[in-house]
Design a binder for this molecule. Sequence first.
Ligand code: T5A
Length: 205
Amino acid sequence: MRGQFITLEGSEGAGKTTNLGFINDYLVNAGLEVLQTREPGGTPLSENIREILLGHEYDGMSPDTELLLVFAARAEHLNNKIIPALEQGVTVLCDRFTDATYAYQGAGRGIPTEKIAILENWVQGTLRPDLTIFLDLPVETGMKRAGERSEPDRFEKEQIEFFERVRQGYLERTRKEPGRYRVVDASVSLEEVRQQLHKVLDEFI
Ligand code: T5A
């Protein structure tokens, strides 16, 4: 039987990295074999593309170039890691996936949804996540949390208006596809976030 494909999304500093281990442990304790991975990245070639996307060497990169690089990394990741794992019945837990492209390159950069959908269909065929957890919090809170942690990458240097569009882009998608998404309030304490995650995973399993 094909494995489940679970993705974790959120705007900057929402707590994805902080909570991935918690989700992973929950799934393992439920008896599932889990592959934890991330986008952009997940394979050697895709991680190299991640460095291009997040680094500051190409600060003036055009939105179309950014979009195509994201999907180039995704094609490699899907074909060499995600799809083989799913076919072996492994549960794949991915830190960001195509919803991030609709939010960042679509809502954030202004690339039309239809253009992104063409690449999504080309690269993924019919494959879509079975469950997407969206960690939601006010942009200012997320930026403050992320800023306290490390030097800003190429995306984190964007203005607050960019991240407002990203958040609204995500929220719009959760409203259009309520069956796949679970929205978790990430503005509260870590303990409260994990209580919500526990409930979401209980229901999903
Ligand atoms: N991207 C990605 C695209 O543009 N298109 C795409 O298609 C894809 C896939 C990299 C970038 O790539 C872009 C989006 C991104 O800008 P990333 O590696 O996921 O994506 O990087 P970030 O979103 O920048 O992830 P961050 O690491 O900044 O945020 P996290 O992981 O959500 O936050 P985390 O866990 O590091 O937490 C941040 C801080 O907050 C604290 C943590 O301890 C940490 O210090 N914290 C809390 N504090 C108080 N209460 C809580 N509940 C807390 N939870 C966490």
